[in-house]
Design a protein around this ligand. Sequence first.
Ligand code: COA
Length: 260
Amino acid sequence: MDYKNIYIEEENEIAVVTINRPKKLNALNKQTILELHEAFKELDEDNGIKVILVTGSGEKAFVAGADISEFAHFSEEQGGELAAKGQEILFSFVANLSTPVIGAINGFALGGGLELAMSCHFRIASENAKMGLPEVSLGVIPGYGGTQRLPQLIGKGRAMEMIMTAGMIDANKALDYGLVNHVVPLGELLPFCKKIASRISNNSAVAIKHAIKAVNAGYSYDMDGYAVEIGAFGQCFGTNDFKEGTSAFLEKRKADFPGS
Ligand code: COA
């Protein structure tokens, strides 16, 4: 697929996906959502990519939300379809990806932008970042998982306040809330994310895939996270990565995981 609204850079087993509609503050229109789906799918299938970072182009916005101009005239039915399709191909898709995804929040992360960041496995923000779910100020609610993921990450009361006020919080408040794991100066955001990504990439990709599955199961209403963990733990024993990881430890050398 030829990408118009995103671009991908790859270096040392780390891919950086940049959403590139700076004049629209990287708002997620339909085309961008389709491109992101394709990019995440391709990168997840690429065994040479161990970690994916997602960020926005420019110095102002990560993503300023879903593109309001595209849905302002939608009917009830179209609104429901918009949320369902978006969750299926992007937001839940990213949350359940086998490859770790880190959200590098470099500015405004609003509405669908914060929902995309919350779909990532964890988030790191620059000092200038601002986050919020402003949907009720538009007469709608967060529809890309925001009403579920925000309370999971920061607690119900704080999430209710953020959603009801439609207000923004700054990066330090987001850190205090546990919405982001670290806050760094804007110029250091990608290098810092890459440093963490590189630590992740030294570990077993197969084990990480199972860990993501088990953690996510605990947040799913129809799964027993403990049972999923037991199953995934057992499956690890059948992998070449487990043989390599345990042998390397016993032989006092650094593991070189085959990724199978
Ligand atoms: N959808 C569509 N276009 C958007 C957008 C969105 N979510 N967010 C920003 N844009 C566009 C603006 O319409 C403007 O386009 P224009 O130059 O063609 O008029 C451009 O991006 C720049 O935005 P602007 O509002 O001029 O920048 P600002 O610095 O004054 O304000 C924000 C920045 C983020 C506070 C403001 O753009 C905003 O409130 N955006 C909407 C946020 C939102 O409600 N998101 C949730 C959607 S569900």
